[in-house]
Design a protein around this ligand. Structure first.
Ligand code: DMJ
Length: 621
């Protein structure tokens, strides 16, 4: 009963004047006005009793059921009861813990305190997101449509077909031995026939399996693909206490899983890719949002390589997340991934660039460049690659990526690209304005990149970019041809009277790297000049002769030596990149065509997000 309707009755009961006014002046109140308490009739007494007991019930109800009323009661009524000692203990313990935490906080640097606060906030947000999703666990439903070119025709030419078969056989040899001796571990040691673990992946396991998935798929090695998928389903575990390289885990694991999903449509790969992407997010908890190089995926604590100039993050590392993170947003419906990499873009575009060049080191706290070292090889390389490919993957809508790429190429041409007296074009390294006339094996990928970018260059420059690609391909081929084993060294120089030759002992090794073959593949696709297939085949013969061993494929310590000294590592990128690019070099152009796919820097194909497929949003984030 509403309390207001009780009042007139109480007014009457208490006698005139106590609750006077309208209460006593109602139409039905005339007979009671002159009557004393003793004059109540039995029914009236009964009604009054009922009303009174209802009121008492209501008051107690309020005390017990209003929020926090139980605490109030226990404080007021039960304070000195038996539980009191326990709660005092608890209060004391809480107090001591708070004091301890305050002391620890005071010992921290202001920067660490700020970072902790940010991490706590991020965690709260993530928990909130998690709770929101708990109503509908998992990823949004997605209709899988296999992109064009996931499978291709057999090569028409029987010789080409035979060569391609040979490359597939090489893949089988590498895979079978990994399976036999190192199954489930990261890589294979083909001489000692056991597993090899690199600290790049912490204790995440199975790098070779995840890196090889898409190569197995395009080579139609169906049984092997199936067993790899089963391993991923049952064993690939990211809930580990591991400090990992954000870059390596992204390009190999996230990239490998994304490609495997887009080729096969198997949901497990989408789920695992997004799960891993989420684990990488705390790496972005820095004052600028430029991610740490290393991250403990359990604690979410990040740091940079101790050797990096002034605590900097590395250009090629934080600049090589874009393609994968845009796809993670596309597949998860969660914009956070794309936002993180677009912020990297913003930070970079606001910075002054010395001579238009991007130094390899950037401090994630101050947002300032470290040493002014510039390289299109190690520490810089795939940053440039991802600017171009971000534009291509966006179906050519990412205008900022495009502009940054072509401006960078212009600066590279002006300041780094030189011609040797013997006529070889090379890309030097830049150290605070001085050139080091050295080119890394890694830099050789740039031939393919220049050719791939020719199409978007201003119309008078298209041919020039293709030519530049061709010249770099020739130089890199020379670096192979001028060794005894016909495999390229880690770095070669153009000074001290040599051209395209390694002069330092610690630059003479070959670790099954793909970059030169990668450039042959792009040049072949874009020009159909048969010399690129010939050069690719020379590399196959050299790999078979010097790197193939009973237990798989191994790197070589000195490619200028008469005898092989093996380094005893079968790198996972040999299966994901070197063999895949060779296979594509001897395939028809309809397998993974460039209009529909871009390759991440580990050769994992990712589909172009076509505007007309409703992908406009991701492209413009
Ligand atoms: C690969 O992991 C990637 O290509 C990366 O961008 C650079 N180096 C290795 C292979 O050489």
């Amino acid at each position: 009963m509403p309390a207001a309707s009780l009042l007139p009755l109480f007014g009457s009961a208490a006698g005139p004047g106590t609750l006077g006014g309208p209460a006593g002046s109602g139409a039905g109140g005339g007979g009671r006005k002159a009557a004393g308490p003793g004059a109540f009739r039995l029914t009236e007494k009964f009604v009054l009793l009922l009303v009174f007991s209802a009121f008492i019930t209501l008051c107690f109800g309020a005390i017990f059921f209003l929020p926090d009323s139980s605490k109030l009661l226990s404080g007021v009524f039960f304070h000195s009861a038996a539980g009191g000692a326990g709660s005092l203990e608890r209060i004391r313990a809480d107090h001591e813990r708070a004091l301890r935490e305050a002391k620890e906080t005071l010992q921290k640097l202001p920067e660490e305190i700020r970072r902790d606060i940010r991490q706590d906030k991020e965690k709260l947000l993530q928990d909130a997101r998690g709770r929101k999703e708990a109503g509908a666990p998992g990823l949004p439903q997605r209709l899988f449509r296999q992109p064009v070119g996931a499978v291709g025709q057999e090569p028409a030419d029987p010789d080409v077909r035979q060569r391609r078969e040979k490359i597939k056989e090489m893949m089988k040899h590498a895979w079978d031995n990994y399976k036999r001796y190192a199954w489930g571990l990261n890589e294979l040691k083909p001489i000692s026939k056991q597993g090899h673990s690199s600290n790049l992946f912490g204790n995440i396991q199975g790098a070779t399996i995840v890196d090889a998935l898409d190569t197995l798929y395009i080579m139609e090695m169906k049984e092997e693909f199936k067993e790899a998928k089963e391993w991923v389903e049952k064993n690939l575990d990211f809930n580990v206490n591991a400090e990992i390289s954000v870059f390596e885990v992204n390009i190999r694991f996230v990239g490998g899983l994304l490609s495997a999903y887009y080729l096969s449509g198997e949901e497990v790969f989408r789920k695992k890719a997004v799960e891993l992407g989420e684990k990488l997010l705390p790496a972005f908890n820095t004052p600028t949002g430029i991610p740490w190089a290393l991250l403990n995926i359990k604690s979410g604590i990040g740091r940079n390589w101790p050797w990096a100039s002034g605590g900097s993050s590395i250009l090629a590392e934080f600049g090589t997340l874009h393609l994968e993170f845009v796809h993670l947003s596309h597949l998860s419906g969660n914009p956070v991934f794309a936002e993180k990499v677009m912020n990297i873009r913003k930070v970079l575009s606001r910075l002054d660039k010395p001579e238009g060049l991007y130094p390899n080191y950037l401090n994630p706290s101050s947002g300032q460049w470290g040493q002014h070292h510039v390289s299109i090889g190690g520490l810089g390389d795939s940053f440039y690659e991802y600017l171009l490919k971000a534009w291509l993957m966006s179906d050519k809508t990412d205008e900022d990526g495009k502009k940054m790429y072509y401006d960078a190429v212009q600066a590279i041409e002006t300041h780094l690209i030189r011609k040797s007296s013997g006529g070889l074009t090379y890309i030097a390294e830049w150290k605070g304005g001085l050139l080091e006339h050295k080119m890394g094996h890694l830099t050789c990928f740039a031939g393919g990149m220049f050719a791939l970018g020719a199409d978007g260059a201003p119309s008078d420059k298209t041919g020039h970019h293709i030519e530049l690609g061709a010249k770099i391909a020739r130089t890199c081929h020379e670096s192979y041809d001028r060794t005894r084993m016909k495999l390229g060294p880690e770095a070669f120089r153009f000074d001290g009277g040599v051209e395209a030759i390694a002069t330092r002992q610690n630059e003479k090794y070959y670790i099954l790297r793909p970059e030169v073959i990668e450039t042959y593949m792009y040049m072949w696709r874009l020009t159909h000049d048969p010399k690129y297939r010939e050069w690719g085949w020379e590399a196959v013969e050299a790999l078979e002769k010097h790197c193939r061993v009973d237990g798989g494929y191994s790197g070589i310590r000195d490619v200028y030596n008469n005898h092989e000294s093996h380094d005893d590592v079968q790198q996972s990128f040999f299966l994901s990149e070197t063999l895949k690019y060779l296979y594509l070099l001897f395939s028809e152009d309809d397998l993974l065509p460039f209009e529909h796919w871009v390759f991440n820097t580990e050769a994992h194909p990712l589909p172009v997000l076509h505007k007309d497929d409703g992908n406009k949003e991701e492209n413009q984030k």
